[in-house]
Design a protein around this ligand. Structure first.
Ligand SMILES: [Zn+2]
Length: 357
């Protein structure tokens, strides 16, 4: 972070933030964007900082994958065009490209053209967990900043600094496997751990034969749909800073509002799958604890130290269930066209079939 503070005064045109999921790339990118857009170099207090820290500054353009890839049209509209136009507000323009390794070949070409003739007032931040998959031509035009996985104590410390109670911070850090963003959501949201209750209930149902397995899948799918519904309320809050006192969009911010809405709808489309993945991951973690307990591991090695491991769980069953959950997560991540219900049903049916053995 010290490096970024210095860089904000005389930034390069383009950066790659490279490092695994949850290593703090997004946090750093937001702080860096704030320092680039704030008149005081990132005071953390002013309007520019507050908007930038939420990825909502009008001069900030955020690009992320739609489905599997970042398409060329997106790069044209969100990077290439605005890069050569005057910024919506006085000051620099910041382009944030998340999961940059997912740029399609033609999208990468378009981005490369901009990086070859970068506008003087623009800074490009490319984030990637698989930065080695970026084309060499892009890579060579960027300043590389490497991030390493965060340690559990660091995540706990960070959450505590943000006002989270110690016990909750420790639990969230453990469950999130050192992924700061995920840990923060678990720790801060009121129902941040609700997905784990859904997972525990589904595992219970799944151990009651095939009918129970179908019911378990039902519960998981319903929880994901419910989660998506809750997101709608967040959009109103995100748009509030750009509306006048009558709740109408301010003329100058029409572009910003459109961009926030587009990103929101993209997130909404992903929301059900993201939530399914969280529930399956929690089920996986609970089964993994059953395996650990079955092999005599100490409480300190558990992913869910606050929960009792079910007494009756057999080791074979837990191992097979763990495999089934992970297989389902991989399938859903891999193929956006799969029917999620069928994938989840299959996972819990596999778990229930272990019962008779
Ligand atoms: Zn500021």
């Amino acid at each position: 972070m010290t490096f970024l503070r210095g860089a904000a005064e005389r930034p390069h045109h383009a950066y790659v933030f490279a490092g695994p999921e949850g290593s703090g790339k997004s946090l750093a990118a937001r702080a860096f964007a704030a320092s680039l857009l704030c008149a005081n170099g990132g005071c953390g207090e002013c309007r520019d900082c507050r908007l930038a820290l939420r990825d909502q500054h009008p001069n900030e353009f955020v690009v992320e994958p739609e489905g599997r890839d970042i398409h060329v049209d997106t790069v044209r509209e969100e990077v290439w065009h605005p890069a050569y136009l005057t910024a919506p507000e006085p000051g620099r323009k910041v382009f944030l490209i998340r999961e940059a390794d997912r740029l399609s070949p033609s999208a990468a070409d378009t981005l490369l053209k901009v990086l070859e003739e970068p506008p003087a007032d623009a800074v490009f931040l490319l984030l990637s967990a698989r930065a080695h998959e970026l084309p060499e031509t892009i890579w060579s035009r960027c300043h590389i900043v490497t991030f390493t996985a965060l340690s559990e104590p660091f995540v706990v410390e960070q959450l505590e600094a943000e006002g989270v109670a110690a016990a909750r911070a420790r639990l969230a850090a453990r469950l999130a496997g050192g992924n700061l963003g995920r840990a923060r959501r678990m720790a801060v949201d009121d129902d941040g751990l609700a997905f784990r209750d859904v997972a525990a209930r589904a595992l219970e149902l799944g151990s009651m034969g095939a009918a129970g397995a179908l019911e378990a899948a039902d519960a998981v799918i319903a929880a994901a749909a419910e989660h998506k519904k809750g997101l709608g309320r967040e959009l109103d809050a995100e748009l509030a800073p750009f509306l006048d006192e009558k709740g109408r969009p301010e003329e100058a911010y029409r572009g910003s509002i459109r961009r926030i809405e587009t990103r929101f709808h993209r997130r909404e489309r992903r929301a059900e799958r993201d939530h399914l993945d969280r529930v399956l991951m929690a089920a996986s973690a609970l089964l993994r604890d059953a395996v650990a307990a079955g092999t005599g591991a100490s409480d300190r090695a558990l992913l869910n130290p606050d929960r009792e491991v079910a007494e009756d769980s057999s080791l074979t069953k837990a191992v097979a269930g763990l495999a089934a959950m992970e297989e389902a997560r991989a399938a859903l991540a891999d193929d956006v066209n799969l029917n999620p219900r069928l994938v989840v049903e299959r996972a819990f049916l596999q778990l229930s079939l272990q019962e008779g053995r």
